[in-house]
Design a protein around this ligand. Structure first.
Ligand code: ZN
Length: 242
């Protein structure tokens, strides 16, 4: 099965449309959460996701915030404004969709969650220490995560206790060997100083992972965000990917 693996769309419909087109025909779409937040098209992103084959979509922290499952009093003022804007914009159907999202799922030899297997919605796996600890919190060969918006993988080699970090090559399929925690990078708000949308193609038979980047019309998204008076900081970061 050819699976399109995406995460952290953040209401960026233009980026999502570009990724789906660029990916070509997929047998399934696995979305690791944060469908909404920051961007201007929350409902449209959910509608487009629901049209995808064999969709699995997990709950992200921004999704939880948008449907009031999360206390946002500690968020900074811009983040709060963005959450409130999204909350007010969500259709009843979108709200129902987000409410039903699972926090963690096992699909064949893969565990799927937004942040980490240990704390599925909130934990950031940014370094080898957090990754190493998380290897004891899932039993499958692989674990796919999002949340950090960084396309990185952590793997355990031989009998080493500590995991190692690597960045997969772009447009080149690599064979994943047990065990790996891997992040496809963010569709709608990359934070690795590369503004292109990020995603991956996973082959469930060959266990191959092909990490890809694709340019999308950042300008259009920025214009739409400005027309809705969304926070300027969230607008400018899109063009340089931070
Ligand atoms: Zn996110």
């Amino acid at each position: 099965m050819r699976v399109l693996v995406i995460t952290d769309i953040h209401s960026n419909l233009t980026a999502l449309e570009t990724v789906i087109k660029d990916a070509g025909k997929a047998d399934a779409v696995w979305c690791l959460g944060d469908v909404v937040g920051y961007g201007p098209y929350p409902n449209e992103c959910i509608t487009l996701l629901l049209e995808q084959p064999n969709l699995i979509c997990l709950l992200g922290n921004h999704d939880a915030a948008a449907i009031d499952m999360l206390d946002i009093s500690t968020f900074n003022p811009e983040a709060r404004k963005s959450v409130e804007w999204t909350h007010n914009r969500l259709s009843p159907e979108s709200e129902a969709f987000l409410l039903e999202r699972p926090k963690i799922i096992v699909q064949g030899n893969v565990t799927l969650s937004h942040g980490s297997p240990r704390h599925p919605v909130f934990e950031y796996i940014l370094d080898t220490r957090a990754a190493t600890e998380n290897f004891t919190h899932f039993d499958t060969d692989f674990c796919f995560i999002g949340h950090t918006h960084l396309p990185v993988m952590f793997y355990i080699e031989d009998t080493n206790y500590m995991s190692r970090l690597a960045i997969p090559p772009i447009n080149q399929a690599i064979v994943l060997k047990p065990r790996v925690i891997i992040n496809p990078g963010s569709v709608g708000q990359p934070r690795d100083r590369d503004p292109r949308a990020a995603y991956a193609i996973f082959d469930t038979v060959a266990n191959t992972w092909e990490y890809r980047r694709v340019e999308y019309d950042v300008n259009k998204v920025q214009q739409d965000m400005r027309s809705y008076n969304l926070p300027e900081r969230h607008i400018i970061r899109l063009e340089s990917g931070w």
